[in-house]
Design a protein around this ligand. Structure first.
Ligand SMILES: C[S@@+](CC[C@H](N)C(=O)[O-])C[C@H]1O[C@@H](n2cnc3c(N)ncnc32)[C@H](O)[C@@H]1O
Length: 236
Protein backbone atom coordinates (compact mmCIF):
# COMPACT_ATOMS: atom_id res chain seq x y z
CA UNK A 1 0.00 0.00 0.00
CA UNK A 2 1.47 3.39 -0.95
CA UNK A 3 1.63 6.40 1.36
CA UNK A 4 -1.09 8.13 -0.65
CA UNK A 5 -3.61 5.40 -0.02
CA UNK A 6 -2.74 5.06 3.67
CA UNK A 7 -3.15 8.74 4.35
CA UNK A 8 -6.59 8.93 2.71
CA UNK A 9 -7.77 5.88 4.65
CA UNK A 10 -6.54 7.15 7.99
CA UNK A 11 -8.61 10.32 7.75
CA UNK A 12 -11.57 8.95 5.80
CA UNK A 13 -14.07 9.69 8.58
CA UNK A 14 -12.89 13.30 8.95
CA UNK A 15 -12.41 13.95 5.24
CA UNK A 16 -15.73 15.69 4.64
CA UNK A 17 -14.84 18.52 7.07
CA UNK A 18 -11.55 19.19 5.34
CA UNK A 19 -12.46 19.03 1.70
CA UNK A 20 -13.65 22.59 1.04
CA UNK A 21 -11.53 23.00 -2.09
CA UNK A 22 -12.18 19.49 -3.42
CA UNK A 23 -15.91 20.11 -2.92
CA UNK A 24 -15.73 23.34 -4.95
CA UNK A 25 -13.68 21.58 -7.63
CA UNK A 26 -16.13 18.66 -7.92
CA UNK A 27 -19.09 21.06 -8.19
CA UNK A 28 -17.40 23.10 -10.92
CA UNK A 29 -16.42 19.94 -12.80
CA UNK A 30 -19.93 18.51 -12.82
CA UNK A 31 -21.35 21.91 -13.89
CA UNK A 32 -19.38 21.48 -17.13
CA UNK A 33 -20.98 18.12 -17.97
CA UNK A 34 -23.95 18.32 -20.40
CA UNK A 35 -27.12 17.67 -18.40
CA UNK A 36 -28.66 14.52 -19.82
CA UNK A 37 -28.98 10.79 -19.30
CA UNK A 38 -25.85 8.63 -19.39
CA UNK A 39 -26.14 4.87 -19.51
CA UNK A 40 -22.93 4.38 -17.51
CA UNK A 41 -20.60 6.70 -15.62
CA UNK A 42 -17.22 5.78 -14.16
CA UNK A 43 -15.78 8.00 -11.40
CA UNK A 44 -12.03 7.49 -11.04
CA UNK A 45 -10.88 8.15 -7.45
CA UNK A 46 -14.47 8.67 -6.33
CA UNK A 47 -13.61 9.01 -2.63
CA UNK A 48 -16.66 9.53 -0.44
CA UNK A 49 -18.83 10.56 -3.39
CA UNK A 50 -18.52 14.31 -3.96
CA UNK A 51 -18.84 13.80 -7.73
CA UNK A 52 -21.76 11.39 -7.42
CA UNK A 53 -23.64 13.78 -5.11
CA UNK A 54 -23.17 16.63 -7.60
CA UNK A 55 -24.23 14.43 -10.51
CA UNK A 56 -27.46 13.58 -8.69
CA UNK A 57 -28.10 17.19 -7.57
CA UNK A 58 -27.31 18.73 -10.93
CA UNK A 59 -29.91 16.88 -12.98
CA UNK A 60 -27.75 14.23 -14.59
CA UNK A 61 -29.27 10.76 -14.67
CA UNK A 62 -27.65 7.37 -15.17
CA UNK A 63 -28.38 3.66 -15.27
CA UNK A 64 -25.05 2.74 -13.68
CA UNK A 65 -22.56 4.80 -11.66
CA UNK A 66 -19.30 2.95 -10.92
CA UNK A 67 -17.35 4.51 -8.07
CA UNK A 68 -13.72 3.40 -8.33
CA UNK A 69 -11.31 4.12 -5.47
CA UNK A 70 -8.32 2.48 -3.79
CA UNK A 71 -9.60 3.18 -0.28
CA UNK A 72 -12.30 0.91 1.17
CA UNK A 73 -12.79 3.47 3.94
CA UNK A 74 -13.57 6.25 1.49
CA UNK A 75 -15.89 3.97 -0.51
CA UNK A 76 -17.79 3.05 2.65
CA UNK A 77 -18.84 6.73 2.89
CA UNK A 78 -19.95 6.88 -0.77
CA UNK A 79 -23.70 7.18 -1.46
CA UNK A 80 -25.26 3.89 -2.39
CA UNK A 81 -28.32 2.68 -4.21
CA UNK A 82 -29.09 -0.04 -6.71
CA UNK A 83 -27.57 1.95 -9.61
CA UNK A 84 -24.30 2.66 -7.81
CA UNK A 85 -21.51 0.10 -7.84
CA UNK A 86 -18.45 0.57 -5.61
CA UNK A 87 -15.20 -0.91 -6.82
CA UNK A 88 -11.99 -0.96 -4.82
CA UNK A 89 -8.92 -0.81 -7.05
CA UNK A 90 -5.77 1.12 -7.89
CA UNK A 91 -5.52 3.04 -11.17
CA UNK A 92 -1.73 2.68 -11.02
CA UNK A 93 -2.01 -1.07 -11.54
CA UNK A 94 -1.90 -2.43 -15.04
CA UNK A 95 -5.19 -4.17 -15.77
CA UNK A 96 -7.18 -2.12 -13.24
CA UNK A 97 -9.96 -1.96 -15.82
CA UNK A 98 -10.56 -5.73 -15.47
CA UNK A 99 -11.99 -4.97 -12.00
CA UNK A 100 -14.73 -2.84 -13.54
CA UNK A 101 -18.20 -4.13 -14.35
CA UNK A 102 -18.29 -2.64 -17.86
CA UNK A 103 -15.86 -2.83 -20.77
CA UNK A 104 -16.84 0.67 -21.86
CA UNK A 105 -18.56 3.64 -20.23
CA UNK A 106 -20.62 6.47 -21.64
CA UNK A 107 -18.68 8.97 -19.54
CA UNK A 108 -15.64 9.05 -17.24
CA UNK A 109 -15.48 11.64 -14.47
CA UNK A 110 -12.58 12.22 -12.12
CA UNK A 111 -12.15 14.98 -9.57
CA UNK A 112 -9.04 15.71 -7.47
CA UNK A 113 -7.60 12.21 -7.92
CA UNK A 114 -5.57 11.79 -11.10
CA UNK A 115 -2.66 13.84 -9.74
CA UNK A 116 -1.81 10.57 -7.94
CA UNK A 117 -1.40 8.61 -11.14
CA UNK A 118 2.16 7.26 -10.98
CA UNK A 119 2.13 6.54 -14.69
CA UNK A 120 -0.08 8.88 -16.69
CA UNK A 121 0.40 6.85 -19.89
CA UNK A 122 -0.87 3.70 -18.21
CA UNK A 123 -3.84 5.37 -16.48
CA UNK A 124 -4.86 7.50 -19.46
CA UNK A 125 -4.49 4.78 -22.09
CA UNK A 126 -6.78 2.50 -20.03
CA UNK A 127 -9.21 5.39 -19.53
CA UNK A 128 -9.34 6.27 -23.24
CA UNK A 129 -10.06 2.59 -24.05
CA UNK A 130 -12.89 2.66 -21.50
CA UNK A 131 -14.63 5.84 -22.65
CA UNK A 132 -14.64 8.41 -25.42
CA UNK A 133 -15.83 11.10 -23.05
CA UNK A 134 -13.80 12.46 -20.14
CA UNK A 135 -14.37 15.31 -17.69
CA UNK A 136 -11.58 15.60 -15.15
CA UNK A 137 -10.17 18.02 -12.60
CA UNK A 138 -6.55 17.45 -11.62
CA UNK A 139 -4.44 19.32 -9.06
CA UNK A 140 -1.19 20.70 -10.52
CA UNK A 141 2.25 21.35 -9.04
CA UNK A 142 1.31 25.00 -8.40
CA UNK A 143 -0.80 23.70 -5.52
CA UNK A 144 0.97 24.79 -2.29
CA UNK A 145 3.48 26.64 -4.53
CA UNK A 146 4.72 29.14 -1.92
CA UNK A 147 4.74 26.46 0.76
CA UNK A 148 6.97 24.24 -1.37
CA UNK A 149 9.22 27.19 -2.25
CA UNK A 150 9.53 28.16 1.43
CA UNK A 151 10.38 24.59 2.44
CA UNK A 152 12.64 24.23 -0.59
CA UNK A 153 10.97 21.03 -1.73
CA UNK A 154 9.63 19.96 -5.12
CA UNK A 155 5.96 19.40 -5.62
CA UNK A 156 5.18 15.66 -5.70
CA UNK A 157 2.61 16.18 -8.46
CA UNK A 158 2.69 16.99 -12.21
CA UNK A 159 2.75 20.48 -13.65
CA UNK A 160 -0.03 21.62 -15.98
CA UNK A 161 2.12 21.25 -19.13
CA UNK A 162 3.02 17.62 -18.34
CA UNK A 163 -0.64 16.83 -17.69
CA UNK A 164 -1.83 18.52 -20.89
CA UNK A 165 0.84 16.79 -23.01
CA UNK A 166 -0.10 13.34 -21.68
CA UNK A 167 -3.84 13.91 -21.96
CA UNK A 168 -3.55 15.11 -25.58
CA UNK A 169 -1.87 11.80 -26.53
CA UNK A 170 -5.03 9.90 -25.61
CA UNK A 171 -7.68 12.59 -26.04
CA UNK A 172 -6.39 14.76 -28.95
CA UNK A 173 -9.43 17.06 -28.87
CA UNK A 174 -9.19 17.86 -25.17
CA UNK A 175 -9.92 21.38 -23.91
CA UNK A 176 -8.18 22.70 -20.82
CA UNK A 177 -8.89 25.36 -18.25
CA UNK A 178 -6.59 26.24 -15.36
CA UNK A 179 -8.29 27.48 -12.24
CA UNK A 180 -6.66 28.88 -9.10
CA UNK A 181 -8.15 28.73 -5.62
CA UNK A 182 -7.06 30.26 -2.33
CA UNK A 183 -8.10 29.19 1.13
CA UNK A 184 -7.61 31.62 4.02
CA UNK A 185 -6.85 30.60 7.61
CA UNK A 186 -6.95 32.44 10.96
CA UNK A 187 -3.67 30.86 12.08
CA UNK A 188 -0.73 28.99 10.59
CA UNK A 189 -1.44 26.12 12.99
CA UNK A 190 -4.92 25.73 11.53
CA UNK A 191 -3.45 25.85 8.02
CA UNK A 192 -1.02 23.03 8.74
CA UNK A 193 -3.74 20.96 10.36
CA UNK A 194 -5.77 21.39 7.16
CA UNK A 195 -2.85 20.24 4.98
CA UNK A 196 -2.39 17.15 7.12
CA UNK A 197 -6.04 16.18 7.03
CA UNK A 198 -7.06 17.21 3.51
CA UNK A 199 -5.21 14.38 1.78
CA UNK A 200 -3.89 16.89 -0.76
CA UNK A 201 -0.38 16.76 0.66
CA UNK A 202 -0.09 12.97 0.49
CA UNK A 203 3.02 11.59 -1.07
CA UNK A 204 5.17 14.55 -0.11
CA UNK A 205 8.52 14.15 1.50
CA UNK A 206 7.66 14.01 5.19
CA UNK A 207 9.08 16.94 7.18
CA UNK A 208 10.32 16.35 10.71
CA UNK A 209 8.59 18.06 13.65
CA UNK A 210 11.41 20.64 13.76
CA UNK A 211 11.28 21.28 9.99
CA UNK A 212 7.52 21.70 10.11
CA UNK A 213 7.81 24.16 13.01
CA UNK A 214 10.41 26.21 11.11
CA UNK A 215 8.26 26.16 7.97
CA UNK A 216 5.24 27.38 9.95
CA UNK A 217 7.28 30.33 11.21
CA UNK A 218 8.64 31.20 7.76
CA UNK A 219 5.50 30.74 5.63
CA UNK A 220 4.67 34.27 4.42
CA UNK A 221 0.98 33.93 3.47
CA UNK A 222 -2.23 33.58 5.47
CA UNK A 223 -3.71 31.42 2.75
CA UNK A 224 -2.95 28.25 0.82
CA UNK A 225 -2.75 28.16 -2.96
CA UNK A 226 -4.32 25.53 -5.19
CA UNK A 227 -4.24 25.13 -8.95
CA UNK A 228 -6.53 22.76 -10.81
CA UNK A 229 -6.52 21.73 -14.46
CA UNK A 230 -10.04 21.13 -15.78
CA UNK A 231 -10.20 18.79 -18.76
CA UNK A 232 -13.10 18.31 -21.17
CA UNK A 233 -12.45 15.69 -23.81
CA UNK A 234 -14.41 13.79 -26.39
CA UNK A 235 -12.94 11.38 -28.94
CA UNK A 236 -15.18 10.98 -31.97
C1 LIG B 1 -8.70 14.16 -2.86
S1 LIG B 1 -9.66 12.71 -2.95
C2 LIG B 1 -10.96 13.17 -4.08
C3 LIG B 1 -12.20 12.34 -3.88
C4 LIG B 1 -13.40 12.76 -4.72
N1 LIG B 1 -13.19 12.51 -6.14
C5 LIG B 1 -13.74 14.22 -4.48
O1 LIG B 1 -13.78 14.96 -5.46
O2 LIG B 1 -13.98 14.58 -3.33
C6 LIG B 1 -8.67 11.61 -3.92
C7 LIG B 1 -9.20 10.18 -3.95
O3 LIG B 1 -8.41 9.43 -4.88
C8 LIG B 1 -8.19 8.15 -4.35
N2 LIG B 1 -6.97 7.62 -4.95
C9 LIG B 1 -5.69 8.08 -4.78
N3 LIG B 1 -4.84 7.33 -5.48
C10 LIG B 1 -5.59 6.36 -6.11
C11 LIG B 1 -5.27 5.28 -6.96
N4 LIG B 1 -4.01 5.05 -7.31
N5 LIG B 1 -6.28 4.50 -7.44
C12 LIG B 1 -7.57 4.74 -7.08
N6 LIG B 1 -7.94 5.76 -6.25
C13 LIG B 1 -6.95 6.56 -5.78
C14 LIG B 1 -8.08 8.37 -2.86
O4 LIG B 1 -8.35 7.17 -2.12
C15 LIG B 1 -9.13 9.46 -2.62
O5 LIG B 1 -10.39 8.92 -2.30
Amino acid sequence: MSTVIKEFSRFAHQYDKHNEIQARVAKRLVEKVPKKHYSSILDMGSGSGEVCKNVMHQGISFDLFSAFDSSENMLSLHPQNKNIKKICGNFNNEGFSTLLDQKTYDLILSSSALQWSENLDLTLSCMSALSKRLYAAIFTSNTFKTLHETANIDSPIYNAEELERSILKYYPNAHFELHRYTLYFDSTREMFRYIKKSGVSSGEKKLSFKETKRLMEKYPLDYLEFEVLFVEAKNV
